[in-house]
Write a protein that binds this ligand. Structure first.
Ligand code: TRP
Ligand code: SF4
Length: 435
């Protein structure tokens, strides 16, 4: 007998390469430790992570942590953007500080969108929807072009990134415009900004992204290592394991202090600390590094979620309006898109009653799973009834369309309220952001 799996629509078979070849860890390993997991976590839509344990540890012990993401103001905010916004908001609700960048430098350099249009789309599409979805004041919302901290950090990061590395990740060639390259570094600066002393960093920071965004995360993690004064790692010696602290360009005084505080042996450019705990040494090194003016970045963590497929099958793409539902689509229009969506239904009703539907191949089921049904048991019931042939597509679609209409209507009402609340987020009524 095949087992029924209500989360089957998001099978991770296709993602196993990510685990094996790219060193992404399975989110399942951490799931049991999360007190109040988000719907995307419970349903294995978030399937992978890099060093999310650092964030979780902070969350569980009441220490500071942050969640951040950026949005390119180049079009409409849709259900895919909603996923990222909800993940940021969930972390804010768990006690983290939330950061939301409007990537106007990127939109301007890469898509040629005017600054004025960036501002308009940034506020109307992304910021209002994020607030309507539950982002609370205290969140740091900013435009890249208006943040000196981000721009200065991007420049610093540029010292540690070279053209070959960036071109391997982003496909840059000799024809690529230089501002495009700068906007790639700006994205890394967005990710590391929460860790600056201006935001009482360093602190664990998570960037929730789609699986295809991993190269950016790897680049930023690499830059975080390179920016730091010291490299701390566990090593194996003749007398067993020890922790080595290397700081080639670090002030001698700083190395000396590390040796003193950890009880380690001091060499020309490194300190060896026998019989020590990696995390403890790391924490001491971080304190010393900060006193000597270093960044002491913690490599940023990430979580990876699966993508929704387009409503018509295929990919969800902003150039095909029928493939996605925008958060500002008129509710009736959103409902119609659901009615026109590709289902996992059989050719005839008789066949469906006998064989059952295929929710794993159904974009309507995907909407229920990702967005429209919060209660797991209720969703399981729909799944069972579909597979058992008692839930048929006509009725099911109408149900999903109603839920979508209700969601869009309520969301858009909340967006109207959000307009009045912009000043609470440091955004003046004329759309200027106070930095
Ligand atoms: N590059 C992202 C996009 O194309 C936007 C972005 C800018 C971003 N800064 C970021 C995403 C920081 C995650 C983290 O949409
Ligand atoms: Fe999809 Fe619903 Fe049809 Fe099942 S009954 S295939 S979930 S539309």
């Amino acid at each position: 007998m095949t087992t029924l799996d209500p989360w089957g629509a998001v099978k991770i078979d296709n993602y196993s390469k990510l685990f094996e070849e790219f060193g992404i860890s399975r989110f399942d390993e951490l799931l049991g430790k999360i007190p109040n997991p988000h719907r995307y976590m419970r349903r294995h839509i978030i399937f992978g992570h890099r060093s999310y344990d650092t964030v979780l540890e902070a969350m569980l012990s009441g220490k500071p942590f942050a969640a951040m993401s950026g949005f390119m103001p180049s079009g409409k905010a849709h259900l895919g953007h909603k996923m990222v916004m909800e993940e940021i908001i969930w972390h804010q609700q768990q006690g983290g500080s939330a950061f939301l960048a409007i990537a106007d430098r990127e939109a301007h350099a890469v898509r040629g969108i005017s600054w004025e249009k960036c501002r308009e789309l940034g506020i109307n599409e992304y910021i209002l929807s994020a607030i309507a979805l539950g982002l609370e004041p205290g969140a740091h919302i900013y435009f890249q072009s208006k943040s000196n901290l981000v721009k200065d950090l991007a420049f610093e990061l540029g010292i540690k990134a070279n053209f070959s590395e960036l071109s391997a990740i982003y496909g840059f060639t000799g024809e690529t415009n230089v501002a495009h390259m700068i906007s790639a570094l700006t994205q890394s600066a967005d990710i590391l900004q929460p860790q600056l002393k201006e935001f009482r960093g360093p602190k664990p920071t998570v960037v929730p992204v789609g699986a295809d965004q991993d190269p950016h995360i790897r680049l930023t993690r690499g830059l975080a290592y390179k920016m730091n004064m010291f490299m701390v790692e566990e090593r194996e010696g003749t007398e067993g394991a020890y922790v080595s602290v290397r700081g080639k360009a670090a002030p001698k005084e700083a190395l000396k202090e590390i040796a003193k505080r950890t009880g380690g042996r001091l060499y020309e450019e490194h300190v060896d600390v026998p019989k020590s705990n990696l995390t403890e040494v790391e924490s001491t090194v971080r304190q010393v590094e900060l006193r000597y003016g270093g960044y002491a970045f913690i490599p940023p963590a990430s979580t990876y979620h699966k993508f929704m497929t387009g409503l018509q099958g295929g990919k969800m793409s902003s150039s095909i309006p029928e493939s996605y539902i925008a958060l500002t689509d008129p509710p009736e229009e959103g409902a119609k898109k659901v009615m026109r969506a590709k289902t996992g239904g059989r050719v005839t009703l008789e066949e469906q009653k006998v064989k059952g539907g295929e929710p794993d191949k159904c974009s309507v089921y995907e909407l229920l799973l990702f967005h429209l049904v919060e209660n797991d048991n209720e969703l399981k019931e729909y799944y069972r009834d579909c597979v058992g042939g008692t839930r048929v597509c006509g009725v099911c679609k109408k149900h999903a369309a109603e839920l979508m209409k209700k969601f869009l209507k309520e969301h858009q009402e909340k967006r109207e309220l959000a307009k009045l609340r912009l000043p609470e987020f440091g955004i003046k009524s004329d759309g200027q952001i106070e930095v």
